[in-house]
Design a protein around this ligand. Structure first.
Ligand code: MV4
Length: 444
C-alpha cells in the first residue's frame, strides 16, 4: 500500500497533490529548488528536500536527484504532476527499475503515445478516427510532397516527437510545401534531437475537444466527458470548460466511446486525456493522447464529482475503479481561467516579482488552485501560471456570470497579470455565444 508520495513538481499542482494525499492519510515529500525555499508546496508537505539550483534542468528535471530524494525519504511512489518529467518515459522506466511506483501509465505506453506518428497508427488500427494523413515516418521533403499531394492541401507537417505546437508548419499549396517541411524538420531536430516527420490534412477552424479517461490495472476504462479548450494563445490554453456546448448528448457518447477505445488500444492505465479536433460539421479526429494529469482537470472534477488526483493514486495503488460508465453523469457547467504573471500589453511578457498584496475571491461555486500568497516572490525560472480560478453553476450562462464576477474581485499587486484580459474574453460576444474555435484569441 502507498504510504508516502514524493511530489516531483512545484506550484499549484504540487499543492493540489499534497492536499489529496493528506485527505487520504498519505505522507508527502516535496522537492524544491534553491529558488523555491519559500514556495507553498515546500512549506505544506510533511517533508521537503532541496534537489538543486533554480534552473529546472538542475532540479525539477534532474532524474537522479529526484530518485535519490525518493529513496532517502522512503517514499513508495512519485506523483509527477504535469510538465517537467510527467511524460518522460525514461523517468517512468527509472522509477520502475528502482521499485518506485510512478503514478501514471507504464513507461512503454508513455513512449508509444509520445511518438505521435506511432500513436496515430495505433488509433487507426483500433478504429478511432484520425485526420487523413501519412502512415509512415517521413524524412525527405520530396517524398513528403508526393504524400501531401495525395492527402490534399492544405496540409500540416508535424514532428513525430512533437506536441504542443513545436515543429509544426502549414502548407496551403504545393509551392509552399518544401519550405514548410524543411523549416518544421529543422525545428524538430533542434527541439527533440530527431527529425521524424508526418503529414496530415490541415483541419480549418476546429475546436479543441479533449476527453478525460480513467483506466485501472484490470482493463476497466471510463471517460469523464469532455473539456472544450479552444480558447488558447500560442498553444497555451487560457480558458477551459466542461461540458462543451458544441457537443450534443449523441456526439458526446460517440466521442466518449472512441476515447475509451483509444485508451484500451494503447494499453493505458491511470488518468489520461484524448485530444480531438472537432470540425463545425461534427466530424472529429484523434490528435494526441496526453499521459499525465492536466492543468484543466478541475473542470472535469466539478461536473463529475470525481477527485482525479485521488483516483490516480488509487489506480497506481492497484485498486479497481469504484464506478462504471453508467455511474458517471455530467452535472452543471464548470469554467477555468488560468491566471498568469504576465503582461498582455507587452506581448504577454512574463512578470515575475513580489506579490505586495492580494485578494482572491471565494463563495459558492468558486475554487482557487494556487500556490501564491501575500509577500511571496514569484521566481523567474518557471511557468508563469500562478493560479487557476474555477467556477461552477448549473448552466453555462450562470457559470459565465460567476466567472465575470469572480475575475472582477481579484486583486494581485506588485506584478502584472492577465486578469483584465481574461475579464475581456469573458465579456466578448462570441465567447458568450459559445461561438469559439482555436483561432478565437488570434481573431479577437
Ligand atoms: C492540427 C491542426 C489542424 N489540422 N492538425 C496544435 C498543437 C498540436 N497538439 C497539434 N495542433 C494542431 N494540429 C491538423 N491536422 C491545428 C492544430 C492547432 C491547434 C490545435 C488545438 C488547439 C490549438 C491549436 C492552435 C493552433 C493549431
Amino acid at each position: 500500500m502507498i504510504k508516502k508520495i514524493l511530489i516531483a513538481n512545484r506550484g499549484e499542482i504540487a499543492v493540489r497533490i499534497i492536499r489529496a494525499c493528506r485527505e487520504m492519510g498519505i505522507e508527502t515529500v516535496a522537492v524544491y529548488s534553491e529558488a523555491d525555499k519559500e514556495a507553498l508546496h515546500t512549506k505544506l508537505a510533511d517533508e521537503a528536500v532541496c534537489i538543486g539550483p533554480a534552473p529546472s534542468k538542475d532540479s525539477y528535471l534532474s532524474m537522479d536527484r529526484i530518485i535519490s530524494a525518493t529513496i532517502v525519504t522512503g517514499a513508495d511512489a512519485i506523483h509527477p504532476g504535469f510538465g517537467f518529467l510527467s511524460e518522460n518515459s525514461k523517468f517512468a522506466k527509472l522509477c520502475e527499475d528502482c521499485g518506485i511506483i510512478f503514478i501514471g501509465p507504464d513507461s512503454d505506453v508513455i513512449a508509444r503515445l509520445g511518438n505521435k506518428q506511432e500513436a496515430r497508427n495505433t488509433m487507426i488500427n483500433a478504429g478511432v478516427p484520425v485526420i487523413p494523413g501519412s502512415t509512415e515516418a517521413i524524412y525527405d521533403a520530396k517524398v513528403g510532397a508526393k504524400i501531401a499531394e495525395e492527402i490534399g492541401y492544405p496540409v500540416i507537417v508535424k514532428a513525430a516527437l512533437g506536441g504542443g505546437g513545436k515543429g509544426m508548419r502549414v502548407a496551403n499549396a504545393p509551392e509552399e510545401f518544401e519550405n514548410a517541411f524543411q523549416t518544421a524538420q529543422k525545428e524538430t531536430q533542434m527541439a527533440f534531437g530527431d527529425d521524424t516527420m508526418y503529414i496530415e490534412h490541415f483541419v480549418e477552424e476546429p475546436r479543441h475537444i479533449e476527453f478525460q479517461i480513467l483506466a485501472d490495472k484490470y482493463g476497466n476504462v471510463v471517460h469523464l466527458g469532455e473539456r472544450d479548450c479552444s480558447i488558447q494563445r500560442n498553444h497555451q490554453k487560457m480558458i477551459e470548460e466542461s461540458p462543451s456546448i458544441a457537443l450534443s448528448d449523441e456526439l458526446r457518447e460517440k466521442m466518449g466511446q472512441k476515447a475509451v477505445m483509444a485508451a484500451k488500444a494503447a494499453g493505458y492505465e491511470n488518468a489520461g486525456t484524448i485530444e480531438f479536433l472537432l470540425e463545425k460539421n461534427g466530424n472529429f479526429y484523434f490528435m494526441e493522447m496526453n499521459t499525465r494529469i492536466q492543468v484543466e482537470h478541475p473542470v472535469t472534477e466539478w461536473v463529475t464529482g470525481i477527485d482525479l488526483i485521488k483516483e490516480q493514486i488509487k489506480i497506481a495503488d492497484g485498486r479497481k475503479l469504484g464506478f462504471e460508465q453508467k455511474d458517471i453523469h455530467l452535472n452543471g457547467h464548470a469554467i477555468e481561467c488560468r491566471i498568469n504573471a504576465e503582461n498582455p500589453q507587452k506581448g504577454f511578457m512574463p512578470s515575475p516579482g513580489t506579490i505586495k498584496d492580494m485578494y482572491l475571491p471565494g463563495g459558492k461555486g468558486i475554487r482557487i488552485d494556487s500556490a501564491i500568497y501575500s509577500g511571496y516572490t514569484i521566481p523567474p525560472y518557471y511557468d508563469s501560471m500562478v493560479a487557476k480560478l474555477i467556477v461552477w453553476a448549473k448552466n453555462r450562462k450562470e457559470a459565465i456570470r460567476k466567472m465575470q464576477s469572480a475575475l472582477g474581485e481579484i486583486i494581485i499587486e506588485g506584478i502584472d497579470t492577465n486578469v483584465d484580459y481574461q475579464y475581456e474574453i469573458l465579456h466578448h460576444p462570441d465567447y458568450l455565444e459559445g461561438n469559439i474555435d482555436i483561432g478565437f484569441i488570434e481573431n479577437m
